[in-house]
Ligand binder design. Structure first.
Ligand SMILES: Cc1cc2nc3c(=O)[nH]c(=O)nc-3n(C[C@H](O)[C@H](O)[C@H](O)COP(=O)(O)OP(=O)(O)OC[C@H]3O[C@@H](n4cnc5c(N)ncnc54)[C@H](O)[C@@H]3O)c2cc1C
Length: 382
């Protein structure tokens, strides 16, 4: 417990050196938080989940959650840190000893950036088992052909963890077979048939459409067994949902703290606006919702780190937290009145950023489907 408090304090102190104006100016220029990521790496926070034998801290999701929550709570955006911290999970769980020795130490010390994760495609969308990007073995090498969309941080990564089809759809015993995971060296791929086209979005989130035209990838870069990639990706999803929930909780606290401070100080009609229940109650309600999401997130962490099934709690935490942070953002805008829309107050930026979490990395409807099917035992809806 003391360790967690120290960890939280340490991240908080580092984040203080990168206050909201830093993130505001990056948002304006659509920039990458280079110095912040470097400092977080040097402090060892981004290697939290990498075992000590590979140069990491060997910590659990509980600690990783605290790190990401504090970044967002400070007014920052944890997207890049989340990606560097977590994307290597597939390699860690399913890579060979040789692959882990080859890549994990570099990911731990930051000399290798693995922050890009390529699953989503324009046609398949949420229906991941139906992706059509292929990796065809030509006797010497895999050749990647196809298209991906919304693949983030490709321009700031050395490697992309790619999900591609190695057996044609319809030729496998199950819909989820026939997909494989590859570590794609982006520097090589860019010289050998990969085209990257940026997709502009409403927040500062470098994301891209990718076009693969016979991009060669060596068999040494196939992670785990060919054809089992979908289950490898699923394996990591509970951890990711817990981490995303933590970023939402951080956003929620940012909104509540900022707007409560404002409501105490802003005097209109001769009294602080926070004295009016019309301002007070939405903030109180949002706070209660964030706290409830936090409890569910903590429970999910506890189960996950103890090696128990955490699917239900991880999904519920992500749903509760993404809705709570959005409601907190909404209450914050209302509290600040016109200033809620002014860029220099940072609420509008965080409001845009936190909206993403109800859609990506998984949308709320699919979480509800999970709860309906796997917890309530209702018929599968898709
Ligand atoms: C900024 C940003 C960054 C991203 N980064 C990455 C990344 O790095 N890597 C990556 O692989 N992907 C990334 N994504 C993609 C993201 O994961 C997808 O956008 C998301 O999974 C939804 O897929 P889609 O956009 O194709 O929506 P669709 O699948 O077309 O869904 C549209 C809507 O329909 C709903 N819907 C679909 N089917 C059902 C159903 N059966 N029942 C009920 N509702 C349904 C969905 O919930 C959603 O609300 C990113 C997206 C964004 C916006």
């Amino acid at each position: 417990m003391d360790g967690l408090i120290d960890l939280r304090d340490g991240v908080r102190q580092l984040c203080r050196r990168f206050p909201p104006p830093y993130w505001r100016s990056l948002d304006r220029g659509r920039g990458y938080p280079e110095e912040f990521v470097q400092e977080m790496t040097q402090a060892g926070y981004l290697a939290a989940l990498i075992p000590e034998e590979y140069g990491g801290a060997g910590l659990g999701v509980t600690e990783a959650a605290v790190i990401l929550e504090e970044i967002n709570r400070s007014g920052g955006n944890a997207a890049q840190c989340h990606a560097q911290m977590y994307t290597m999970g597939t390699l860690l769980r399913h890579g060979s000893d040789e692959q882990k020795a080859r890549w994990l130490p570099g990911i731990a010390d930051g000399s290798i950036r693995l922050q890009a994760f390529g699953v989503t495609e324009p046609v398949a969308g949420s229906d991941t088992t139906q992706i059509s990007t292929t990796a065809e073995w030509d006797g010497h090498i895999y050749r990647i052909r196809g298209q991906k969309i919304f693949i983030s941080r490709v321009q700031h990564s050395d490697y992309l963890l790619l999900l591609a089809r190695t057996t044609p759809s319809g030729e496998t015993a199950k819909r989820s077979y026939g997909l494989s995971v590859f570590m794609v060296d982006l520097h090589q791929a860019l010289d050998q048939g990969l085209t990257v086209q940026p997709v502009e979005t409403m927040m500062n989130h470098e994301t891209n459409a990718l076009f693969f035209d016979n991009v060669p990838v060596s068999a040494e870069n196939l992670i785990g067994e060919e054809g089992h990639g979908f289950s490898y990706i699923l394996d990591g999803m509970n951890a990711e949902r817990i981490l995303i929930a933590s970023e939402c909780i951080g956003d929620g606290y940012f909104f509540i703290e900022r707007s409560s401070d404002y409501a105490r100080e802003r005097v209109v009609f001769g009294r602080p606006i926070g004295q009016n229940q019309g301002i007070q109650f939405p903030l109180a309600r949002a706070f209660v919702q964030i706290k409830a999401a936090e409890l569910m997130r903590d429970r999910a962490c506890e189960l996950f780190d103890a090696g128990h099934k955490a699917g239900a709690e991880a999904n519920m935490a992500k749903l509760l937290a993404s809705e709570a942070s959005w409601e907190a953002g909404n209450a914050a805008i209302q509290t600040l009145g016109g200033y809620g829309f002014a860029v220099d107050y940072d609420i509008e930026r965080k409001f845009r950023e936190t909206r993403l979490f109800q859609v990506a990395p998984i949308s709320t409807n699919l979480i509800l489907s999970y709860v309906g099917e796997h917890i309530l035992g209702l018929p599968r809806s898709y």
